[in-house]
Design a protein around this ligand. Structure first.
Ligand code: PMP
Length: 360
């Protein structure tokens, strides 16, 4: 390598590339993806639609057809929708452009870890408003903190990843109307619950709702997400994002899938049945080993267990090739709802873990 004096700046010198879980595991219940493939008929139309994509041309920078399909599926106006390379990209774009260096943003902790990552990259100061011990949200405290600390942007997921709990719509409305900050409401998991602010997002001048195709729609590989809000906010996002942020194949494929919402609704119901099955199985184990594990009542496609044994249980599951997500700071495991056999396998190994521990 040619020697230079080049040094990375302080901000990025010690950052590590994002790597969810390294290694090959037979059962992956760690990333809250859908365990279902697209229904065959939808997959066939999606693949067929690929033939007419002009690969020699840049994609539509406004992703017009995709945004229209999303708008129709969710009953909003296309002018109130912008598309991103996953909602993750939109979070990044929002932090980098709606905030200036030194501005204050707030999260409601614990919440999705990427919020603080992008806050850090944008060189802003984060205020973590703690959730209660049972992970519910103290709405008055959120409003008061935002207004007292001069918060410019409040971001939270609802339902929340990682807690799996939801905040009802009336409480969210109270937050949005009670703060002067821009509220970025991440509804990545709202297809699994029914308290969306999405239909009324454009009625507020300080609300952006984020959606993703990665969860209920089972399209995590395509990287497609949306921001929904007033025309003014959406125009600003379109103006600051990189021009060709969503590739043409993803635009076309996601458009086809969004137009088959009926079939996808069936997939969501199947995922919810799986979640209920996983939740019931975990509760049964928690009942059997009272005081050793607590199961959080989920409104998402994953179930969280809190146990002082979280780390040992996580390692035990990895050793039998089952990946779940371990939160060291919360002493908790987050388990994505899987197929019947995946759920059965993870439940079996968790039960055996507690049995062995109680024999010892
Ligand atoms: N928000 C939350 C709360 C999430 O859990 C995730 C995915 N883990 C995302 C956003 C990012 O989703 P996408 O695949 O659309 O980037």
């Amino acid at each position: 390598m040619v020697r230079t004096m080049y040094e990375l700046n302080d901000k990025i010198r010690d950052l590590e590339p994002y790597e969810p879980i390294a290694g090959d595991y037979k059962i992956r219940l760690d990333a809250n993806e859908s365990f279902l493939y697209l229904p065959e008929s939808v997959m066939a139309s999606a693949l067929h639609s690929m033939f007419s994509v002009e690969l020699n041309r840049y994609p539509d920078p406004t992703a017009k057809a995709l945004c229209e399909a999303f708008a129709r599926a969710y009953g909003v106006e296309p002018a109130h929708v912008a598309a991103g390379n996953g909602s993750d990209e939109l979070i990044s774009v929002i932090f980098q452009s709606f905030l200036q260096k030194g501005d204050v943003y707030a999260t409601i902790a614990p919440d999705f870890s990427m919020y603080d990552f992008y806050g850090y990259i944008a060189e802003c100061r984060g205020v973590a408003i703690p959730k209660r011990d049972n992970w519910t949200i103290d709405v008055d405290k959120v409003i008061e903190t935002c207004n007292n600390e001069g918060v410019k942007l409040l971001i939270f997921s609802n339902p929340c990843n990682p807690t799996s709990l939801g905040l009802d719509r009336e409480a969210v409305r109270r937050i949005v109307s009670g703060v002067s900050a821009l509220v970025v409401l991440d509804e990545a998991y709202m297809d699994f619950w029914d308290e969306p602010m999405l239909p009324e997002a454009a009625a507020y001048d300080n609300l952006l709702v984020l959606k993703t195709c990665s969860k209920a729609f089972g399209l995590a590989a395509l990287r497609v997400g949306f921001a929904v809000g007033s025309e003014k906010l959406i125009r600003a996002i379109k103006a600051v994002k990189s021009p060709y942020n969503v590739n043409a194949l993803s635009q076309r494929m996601a458009e086809v899938v969004l137009k088959s919402r009926g079939e996808c609704g069936a997939a969501t119901r199947r995922i919810l049945l799986s979640r209920d099955e996983l939740q019931a199985g975990l509760e049964q184990i928690a009942g059997q080993f009272a005081g050793q594990m607590e199961v959080v009542p989920s409104v998402t496609n994953f179930v969280v267990v809190r146990t002082p044994q979280a780390e040992a249980l996580f390692k035990k599951l990895l050793s039998v090739s089952i990946a779940v997500r371990y939160f060291k700071n919360l002493s908790a495991l987050r388990i994505t709802a899987g197929s019947t056999s995946e759920n059965a396998a993870v439940l079996d190994h968790i039960r055996r873990f507690f049995e062995a521990n109680n024999e010892a």
